[in-house]
Design a protein around this ligand. Sequence first.
Ligand code: HEM
Length: 400
Amino acid sequence: MKCAVPIIIATLLATANFSAFAQPYGMHHGMGGGMMRGPVGMLTQQDAGSAADMGLVMDLVHTNTRIKRSVTHLPDGIRTVTESDDPAVAQAIKAHVASMSGRLKDGREFNLFSTTLPVIFDNADKIKSAVEMTDKGVIVTRTTGDAKVAAALQAHANEVTELVQEGPTAFHRGMNARMAMGPDGPRGAMQRTAQTGKPAIAASQTPHTHDHSFSGAEQWAKVFDNPKRDAWQKPHEVIQALKLKPDAVVADIGSGTGYFSVRLAHMVPKGRVYGLDTEPDMVKYLTDRAKRAGLNNLRAVQAKPGSPMLPEQADLVILVDVYHHIDNREQYFHQLQKSLKPGGRLAVIDFLLDSPEGPPKAARIAPEQVKAELQRAGYVLGEEHAFLPNQYFLVFQPRP
Ligand code: HEM
């Protein structure tokens, strides 16, 4: 081994108190505050340390681009090197592995969607572990005399590698898989797929229905955004109602901090999402947010006021709480047609006149006015959804 730092055996790790180490780093996303909130509520088992551990995991998922990892499959297990040049990320890696090693030792399962972790936890007493803390992370060696357990260790190491390579995209895929597993969760799925030896996350890459994706989106939303807005904005239902194909090109005009853009980008993994805003600060914010989240298919675009030109033709243009900000609307939306693909759609969501949320009432525009204006701009109303309590939700298409 290259590193001179002494080997710390998992037994030692299990006896140390890591909560002080883990907690300040782990709570950034505001999703660890309650045992049942966000993905903590989706864990196969919960205990006093679950929220802190989940916070750490989410931090790792979001800093994935700063993590380097290599995995060696040994005949009887794995040797992994997981490191980061960023000291905070290196510390999070160490804290996570330390905590997970302790959990393995004590049988306190920590699992959301992996079908290999149950085998590892059930056979922890057959695993020999060596965890070496380096300056930049950890070197983990786990070996076993049981071929089935060795395969599970290797498969789980591959799952971790996917998380490192793809960050939130892989996490989201794992959550989709979790949703598809049904009430018996990863253990049930493990029994069904044990023979394949495929890691759960990779398994979730097999074709799945849109419904699964959107269920995953709801979990995603719970993790990352303000639940107060979610309650009436219903982003999951909105995106579900739009029935987007995974390769759709979407433009979110007036994207702001990316409340919809980010969710849309998760939903069209093979497509592209453009978040357009006239406000440079918002464009910068969304650029950084997309980068942090590892969303390569989301691009923030500086929009010119009054110009509806998009970087490329879109399958869907969506404006959420933005219609009332646009001047010369008939001209604007008439021109926007050039930026729609054949069969492309325009979705307008904005505040109802009597909604308790939203801009001053004088600034609001009634849905009838939107329909009339867009008809004059050359559109026909395709769908009208009535499930949002504070907003109307209209979907138009250019008149053929
Ligand atoms: C980017 C995200 C993640 C990183 C960088 C990461 C890193 C690691 C590393 C380095 C190990 C030691 C074993 C190995 O190297 O293969 C490990 C083990 C473990 N991780 Fe993670 N992990 C991540 C996400 C997760 C998630 C999402 C979960 C569960 C919800 C999880 C649960 C575990 C458990 C239970 C172990 C102990 C099992 C073992 O060591 O084989 N990890 N993780």
